[in-house]
Structure formats: C-alpha cells, structure tokens
Design a protein around this ligand. Structure first.
Ligand code: NAP
Length: 293
C-alpha cells in the first residue's frame, strides 16, 4: 500500500536504532492486515528526546516505541503513564490519542512471560537465576515475582544495583509476602553452580554473549550451568549465544531474545491498532530478518 495523506505513523525513538528488528516486524504486520500504517526508526540523542516526543504528537503519530537509552527519560514527557510502566520506571510503548495526548506503557514484562509460555514454560512455583540488574532485568524480575516465581536469585557485577533491584522486587512481591525468596550473588563459579543446580530457569538479561570479543562472560557458563534448566537469553544476535550453546550441549531447553521481542511487539501493536496482532506473521518476519543478519 503506497504512502499517502492517510498513512498512519508509528516511530521508534532510541540511539542507536540502526540494528533494530522492530521496523520489519511491524511493517510486515501492517502489510499483512492491509493497514495503511508505517513504522520508522529515528536515532534521537537524549538532548532531542523532548522535541521528538512533542514533534510526534504535533505530526499526528499514532504511537511510538522507546528504546535504549530513553526508556526512563521519557516518563516525565508523557501526559499519562500506566501503573505497570510507572512501577518499572520505564516506558517502551507510547500511544498518542487523536488530541495528541500521550500515554506510556511497558510491554517488556508481558513479552518475556508470553515468550516463555509460547515454549511451554510457566514461571509459577519455579526457581529462577537472573543474570543482570539493568533495565531489562528489572522488567524480567517484576514479571517473575508478579507471575508466581518461588525463588529469584539475581547475579550482578555491581552489588549495589542488584541490591536496589532486590528491594524493588520485594516491594512488587508485597501481595505475596513469604511466598517468594529473593537473593543476590556475585559472579563466582561456586555460587553460580550451587544456585543453578537447584533452579528451573536461567535468564540472561545482560549483553554478555552479544559478541565473543567484547562481551565475554566473567565466568564461562561451561563452569556453572546445569542440564535440566530452561534458558532464556534476551540476546538474539547471534541467534545461538554462548549460554544457549553450552545449554544445548547439556541437554537444556531454551530460547533466545526473539520470543520476548516478538511478544512485547505484539502487545504494542495491539495498543496502537486495537486489533489482534498477526503473531505468526510477525514471528516469521523476525526469524527471516535474524537469519539475514
Ligand atoms: P542495561 O540497563 O545497560 O544493563 C546491563 C546489565 O548487564 C547490567 O546488569 C550490567 O551490570 C550487566 N553487564 C554489562 N556488561 C557486563 C560485563 N562485562 N560483565 C558483567 N555484567 C555486565 O541494559 P539492558 O537494557 O538491561 O539490556 C540488557 C540486554 O538485554 C541487552 O543485550 C539487550 O539487547 C537485551 N534486551 C533484549 C530484549 C528483548 O526483547 N529480547 C529487551 C530488552 C533488552 P552492572 O550493573 O554491573 O553494570
């Protein structure tokens, strides 16, 4: 469908954005449903974020995705922020109303849980080891404690950041006092070995494994991973990371970050369009794109 005066626009704001898989996923979905919509990525430095958000509202954009490094900085620029995004302190999806008013959401946690569910893994009653305590780890930790995880151990390089996330996770688990055990450990082979031995799920929410040269693990997964855990590596490029490769050799089931990327996108698509997202078509678009990268 040709771009014309009726085309509706959704934009990604981040810096950098050239590597993003989101344009191909959403544009394929719009085309599949015969919608005259387009999704475009815009590299916007932090200093330009306020003007970019105001510009989108003024130009009549229908929605936006927000990515690194703007997920937190965008909150005070929005007219409304839904409770989940407010609690996370991060927005990844914006909906602009016909009057230009902006509402912020966070679909990362939903995307993570739905990605696991698509592989037949339910977190309720399980024990998880989470690598990382940054933005993605925060969305994962909140999703885990609000979906009934029994034990969550956070592994992080900077102990203070892990401590902050553990405290926030404890507050999020407030409605389930005593039902979720929270712990933090350092990157130490013996501790990791002991924790993963009793775990059901290992989640990598760090950039470790992105490239072998720049993102080597402080302690190789071969030294601590166990067969029997489900592995969710939020990294999706390469499609088989070091963690997943070691897990495969041990007979672990697992997935890379594409399912989470897909389902956070599905939730965003449905917020913008009010229509059911073509999940299979979007997933195939991601797989095809990843294979070409
Ligand atoms: P972030 O906020 O910058 O957090 C990075 C985390 O990784 C921190 O916990 C940091 O530890 C840790 N880390 C970084 N370098 C490390 C190193 N050399 N050794 C040990 N730990 C290290 O980043 P983010 O936004 O959470 O993103 C994390 C990863 O998740 C990225 O690869 C991103 O692409 C991916 N992600 C995927 C999806 C998806 O849909 N699949 C969604 C969001 C993010 P310190 O606290 O010690 O600095």
């Amino acid at each position: 469908m040709a771009i014309n005066g009726s085309t509706r626009w959704v934009g990604l704001l981040g810096c950098p954005v050239a590597h993003s898989f989101s344009p191909v996923m959403h544009n394929t979905a719009f085309t599949h449903l015969g919608l005259n919509w387009r999704y475009a990525a815009f590299a916007v430095p932090l200093a330009g974020l306020r003007r970019a958000v105001a510009g989108m509202a003024a130009l009549g954009f229908t929605g936006a995705n927000i990515t690194v490094p703007h997920k937190e900085a965008v909150l005070p620029l929005l007219d409304q922020v839904d409770p989940v995004a407010r609690r996370l302190g991060a927005v990844n999806t914006v909906v602009f109303g016909p009057d230009g008013k902006s509402r912020g959401f966070n679909t990362d946690g939903t995307g993570f849980i739905r990605g696991l569910a698509a592989a037949g893994f339910s977190v309720a009653g399980k024990r998880a080891v989470l690598l990382g305590a940054g933005g993605a780890a925060r969305a994962v930790a909140f999703a885990l404690v609000t979906h009934g995880i029994r034990k969550l151990t956070i592994v992080n390089r900077t102990p203070a950041r892990a401590g902050g996330l553990l405290a926030a996770a404890a507050r999020a688990a407030g409605s389930r006092p005593g039902q979720v055990e929270l712990a933090g450990i350092a990157w130490e082979a013996g501790l990791l070995h002991a924790c993963t031995k009793e775990a059901d799920l290992v989640v990598n929410a760090t950039p470790l494994g992105l490239t072998a040269e720049n993102w080597a693990y402080p302690v190789s997964p071969a030294a601590w991973l166990h067969g029997g855990v489900f592995i969710c590596d939020l990294v999706y490029n390469p499609v088989e990371t070091e963690l997943l490769a070691v897990g495969r050799q041990l007979g672990c089931r697992g997935q890379n970050g594409l399912p989470m990327l897909l389902y956070q996108g599905v939730a965003a698509f449905e917020l913008w369009t009010g229509r059911e997202a073509p999940v299979t078509v979007m997933g195939q678009a991601l797989q095809d794109f990843a294979a070409r990268c």
